[in-house]
Design a protein around this ligand. Structure first.
Ligand code: FAD
Length: 490
């Protein structure tokens, strides 16, 4: 007799595992199927020698009391992980801007460094208003797209009736708003916003919906944290709790397909077939589509078509370096833009993350682990011969290290670890198709009211993950996971 679970979760990244924790905590018998040998997916880690590196996400967004992350930990009766709250420096070609977490300091910095004309002040006032309302709404269970009158009611309730007029900003781009204030040619402001928007909603100012872009550009104000021990520390903290609650974790267990048999789902995996009453898939939607039933395929098809050209990927350099190579800076996180005129990505803009001084889970005493990341187009990495691939990988690795030397002039000179991750690496370790990572590039056509919902209308089956609403990053994983878990509880 095959054991039957209440809810099976496909994929053990942040979206899927957060669902498993929520539901197990509520007393459901859950199981997580994870293809890789460890949890984490794009927010995971890998270890080499005595170093641990975050493979994708290094920072956890809104992990503060009352924040999206804080509420998640409250809901699963677990303490927030310890870690450092991050402010960082944005290195523009001709200026450094400190992205303070504290609002007063940030307000002064942005006016001092980016301009304090009346139009700048008006622009920032709107940004502040919108981000306050929508960060709060994200924390108070807003749900999009609207699929029922109840959803409409929730949207109005979480935004507040007097702020409903702001909903119009879901349907305009950041560029539309900049134009409204005659700021569309402000090189400094556009440079900074473009970099922050690209890094969070993977889009450009002319395509990113204003509210999503504004939320993305203000994540450090919401509380950006790097956990002690990086993602290794974070996942240890979560996994122990899940197992203590009696959850079942099937690592190295790739889901091949699933099908309905009477009232249950049969889930075929690389290590046997399992039964569950309900399924929540946290796999990227194109993978769910590929292995799903006909009903799942037909519901997802329009979204797959719509988002076909909205995939992107990333390149990451992992360095294990002697402390001295990074000791010239107080800040451990930096965002760089090298050239205002050049296209973003491929090292023109990049994120630098250095492990904290006393974080010996990430690097042995006297050393630090460093992650350099930039985005890239998937197409640039397809159809390459092995030799072409290795040359391309080598060149971009060198470019990232050289660019990061603007911040840390001796970076990598005596590195004891030097690894480069490409779309091919992500494909291999996280099974994301062609190495497409980080959610869809957000546009007016695929976000918010037009995003993929957690409920696509297949009985006892829901979605979570960074391809579904609200898309992108750990905060989106937690929000989409909360919504999927609420459906599964009904
Ligand atoms: C370079 C980079 C930097 C980033 N930085 C940040 C950041 O600082 N902050 C932030 O919030 N976000 C960041 N992100 C985005 C964030 O990492 C992702 O959006 C998030 O981790 C996605 O989580 P997920 O659970 O939705 O998907 P995934 O992490 O992809 O999880 C899906 C899981 O399913 C597993 N799987 C796949 N196929 C199968 C199968 N057939 N059977 C079973 N399991 C399967 C995978 O192994 C994986 O573990 C970054 C991403 C990248 C690439």
């Amino acid at each position: 007799m095959i054991q039957e679970y209440d809810i099976a979760i496909l994929g053990g990244g942040i979206s899927g595992f957060s669902v498993a924790l929520r539901l197990q905590n509520k007393g459901y018998k859950t199981v997580v199927f994870e293809a890789h040998g460890q949890l984490g997916g794009c927010a995971g880690f890998f270890t080499k020698s005595d170093f641990s590196f975050d493979v994708g996400a290094t920072t956890l967004v809104d992990f503060v009391e009352g924040g999206v992350g804080g509420n998640f930990f409250r809901d699963i009766n677990l303490e927030l992980p310890k870690g450092e709250y991050i402010e960082y420096i944005a290195w523009l070609p001709d200026k450094e801007v400190i992205l303070y977490r504290d609002f007063e300091k940030w307000n002064k910095e942005r006016l001092d460094k980016l301009g304090a004309t009346e139009k700048h002040v008006k622009f920032w006032n709107l940004m502040d208003k919108v981000t306050k309302v929508f960060w709060n709404a994200s924390r108070e269970n807003i749900k999009l797209p609207i699929q029922s009158l109840k959803d409409l009611y929730i949207v109005i309730k979480t935004i507040g009736i007097r702020n409903v007029y702001l909903v119009k900003y879901l349907n305009v781009t950041m560029l539309d708003v900049l134009k409204k204030y005659n700021l569309e040619n402000d090189k400094l402001l556009i440079g900074l916003l473009s970099m922050l928007i690209e890094d969070t909603v993977h889009s450009t100012i002319d395509k990113a919906p204003f509210i999503n872009a504004a939320l993305g550009a203000t994540i450090r104000g919401a509380g950006l944290m790097r956990a002690d021990g990086g993602m290794k520390g974070f996942w240890n903290h979560l996994a122990i709790h899940y197992l203590e609650m009696g959850g079942t974790l099937k690592k190295g267990n790739r889901v091949i397909n699933f099908s309905k048999e009477e009232e249950s789902w049969n889930i075929k995996t690389s290590k046997g077939t399992f039964k569950s009453k309900k399924i929540i898939s946290s796999l990227p939607v194109d993978l769910t589509y590929k292995i799903g039933t006909d009903a799942v395929k037909s519901k997802l098809h329009p979204f797959i078509v719509k988002n076909k050209k909205e995939h992107g990927s990333a390149i990451v350099v992992f360095l294990g370096v002697p402390e001295i190579e990074v000791s010239n800076q107080v800040y451990t996180h930096h965002q760089l833009l090298l050239d205002y005129e050049a296209k973003l990505g491929n090292g023109n803009n990049m994120f630098v993350s250095v492990s904290a001084k006393n974080d010996t889970l990430s690097a042995p005493a006297g050393f630090r682990s460093v992650m350099l990341s930039t985005h890239c187009e998937l197409s640039e990495w397809q159809n390459l011969s092995e030799t072409e691939y290795q040359i391309k990988k080598h060149k971009i690795g060198q470019k990232l290290v050289e660019s990061a030397r603007k911040v840390y002039p001796n970076l990598g000179e005596n590195a004891v670890i030097y690894e480069i991750g490409t779309p091919t690496t992500y494909q291999k370790f996280t099974s994301r198709t062609d190495g497409s990572v980080g959610g869809f590039k957000q546009t007016l056509k695929n976000s918010n009211f037009k995003a993929i919902p957690q409920d696509i209308g297949v009985e006892n089956f829901w979605l979570t993950g960074d391809n579904t609403w609200p898309g992108l990053g750990t905060v989106a994983g937690l929000i989409s996971g909360r919504i999927a878990s609420e459906y599964a509880e009904k």
